[in-house]
Design a protein around this ligand. Structure first.
Ligand SMILES: [Zn+2]
Length: 133
């Protein structure tokens, strides 16, 4: 084992705050959030159980990088989307498309900066130039 990998080998958390493994050396029951999701699971209230540390030479962000691991034995099945949840989601998305000025569905999510549909935005801009003139 190289010196770097040995530095990250700490399954008993004697040198790190949580059990730590080098890249590709974590036990198979510890998965990342993405890996849990791929298995149709969610952490289910458990906190981070362990971490993988590795030295990255990625351009712009070199240094030690971490991936947090969850125990598959404590994981729970992902809650499926119920019809009520789909309705709530559709309602929330519709609200984000509605222009507060004219009350119409803009057909896209209104930007937080413009905060109206494009028609209202330009009407406002026109009104401003008219009062200025
Ligand atoms: Zn509008």
């Amino acid at each position: 084992m190289s010196r770097i990998r040995a530095a990250f080998w700490d399954p008993t958390a004697s040198r790190h705050s949580i059990p730590t493994y080098p890249w590709r050396m974590a036990p198979p029951h510890l998965l990342t959030l993405r890996q849990l999701t791929a298995e149709g699971l969610r952490p289910g209230g458990q906190g981070v159980q362990a971490q993988i540390l590795w030295r990255s030479r990625r351009h712009g962000a070199p240094g030690v990088r971490a991936a947090y691991l969850y125990d598959i034995r404590l994981a729970l099945p992902k809650r499926p989307m119920t019809p009520a949840k789909w309705t709530a989601l559709a309602k929330a998305n519709a609200a984000r498309r509605r222009c507060p000025d004219c009350g119409l569905d803009a057909g896209f999510v209104i930007s937080r900066y413009a905060d109206t549909c494009t028609t209202c935005h330009y009407q406002r801009a026109d009104a401003r130039t008219e009062t200025a003139a």
